[in-house]
Ligand binder design. Structure first.
Ligand SMILES: Nc1ncnc2c1ncn2[C@@H]1O[C@H](COP(=O)(O)OP(=O)(O)OP(=O)(O)O)[C@@H](O)[C@H]1O
Ligand SMILES: [Mg+2]
Length: 306
């Protein structure tokens, strides 16, 4: 396999909160290789955005390492915008409301002393180049997200992180943005770290999937294998609760059990209190990695293939 573009090794992040601390990342290891899309999925609060912020150097690690294009990410990393672009859920958050969007798109280039052509970038992301003179409020939500994508891509970084890039958009616009991301990858050959709750979009975009639960990756592997035969009971539960055409006719199933308090210090598997397969061993011993080809699962009693 080629050299990883992004290597996250045993990364831990801890936040002090009232009444204790939360391990938002607790020994996360994940690689992203050139040209691939890796999705990170999991419920709200499992640590997805913390992982993105750590890769961008916005969040310090309590332990572990993050290596991006061969250089460790630490403090305020040098020339980071040339190495990684970021698309956030809310394009308003990344666009200055007082600037014409053409200026926002070129900001990273200007900061690194490069000359850019905002109109050409607009064309690449499917926008009319004449829009460069508009302000964010003069564009639709989908158009603003295209601007934000253009901004992340202006320096052609080899890695682009997208944190729920379609969550704030109308359903009809989501598919257009996902198709745009696919087209960009085909044209630029960049890698995506794609963060989402939405398993349908993950299946559409991702080559590999990492499933997170309470600060840990519990399972990772090729997308189709994870979707067709999940090994971790948590992945199986996530897939089970995902809306599908057939299920839209019925009320959603309530999730199994309660999500534990994130301040909990776990002895065994952190999914044990909600897991249908849990036995005493799960409550007393942290499961190690089971590796099968490209798949890694952390579970004492994985789901058997059907
Ligand atoms: N700045 C912070 N201070 C204290 N706790 C934080 C901070 N940022 C995140 N956390 C906590 O860390 C955990 C992980 O949060 P994070 O935002 O990374 O989750 P997420 O998977 O992105 O969730 P969502 O799907 O809702 O965006 C949560 O328990 C959260 O409350
Ligand atoms: Mg988040």
């Amino acid at each position: 396999m080629s050299q990883a573009l992004l290597e996250v090794k045993d990364a831990s992040v801890e936040f002090n909160v009232q009444g204790g601390s939360v391990r938002a990342l607790d020994g996360v290891s994940l690689n992203v290789y050139p040209g691939e899309t890796v999705a990170v999925v999991g419920e709200s609060g499992c640590g997805k955005t913390t992982l993105a912020r750590s890769v961008l150097g916005l969040q310090g690690l309590a332990g572990g390492h993050i290596v991006l294009t061969g250089e460790e990410v630490k403090g305020t990393p040098r020339r980071l915008a040339e190495r990684v672009g970021m698309v956030w859920q809310d394009p308003y958050a990344s666009l200055n409301p007082k600037w014409k969007v053409g200026r926002s798109v070129l900001e990273a280039m200007n900061l690194s002393g490069k000359k850019g052509d905002a109109g050409a970038i607009f064309k690449e992301v499917g926008l009319d180049p004449r829009f460069v003179d508009r302000y964010p409020h003069q564009l639709s939500g989908g158009q603003r997200q295209r601007v934000a994508i253009g901004r992340a891509l202006a320096l052609k970084p080899p890695l682009v992180i997208c944190d729920e890039p379609t969550a704030a958009l109308d359903l009809s616009i989501r598919a257009q943005i996902l198709n745009l991301l696919k087209d960009i990858q085909k044209a630029n050959g960049c890698s995506f770290l794609y963060i989402s709750h939405d398993l349908t979009t993950v299946r559409f975009l991702a080559d590999r999937v990492a499933v997170m639960y309470m600060g840990r990756i519990v399972e990772q592997g090729p997308t189709e294998e994870i979707f067709s035969s999940p090994r971790h009971p948590y992945t199986a539960a996530l897939l089970e609760s995902a809306p599908s055409l057939e299920k839209l006719m019925h009320l959603p199933e309530p999730p199994v059990g309660e999500v534990p308090d994130p301040k909990t210090r776990f002895v065994g598997c952190r999914f044990a209190s909600r897991c249908p397969n849990a036995e005493d061993l799960c409550r007393s011993q942290d499961p190690g990695a089971t590796v099968e080809g490209d798949r890694i699962t952390f579970c004492h009693f994985p789901v058997k293939s059907s």
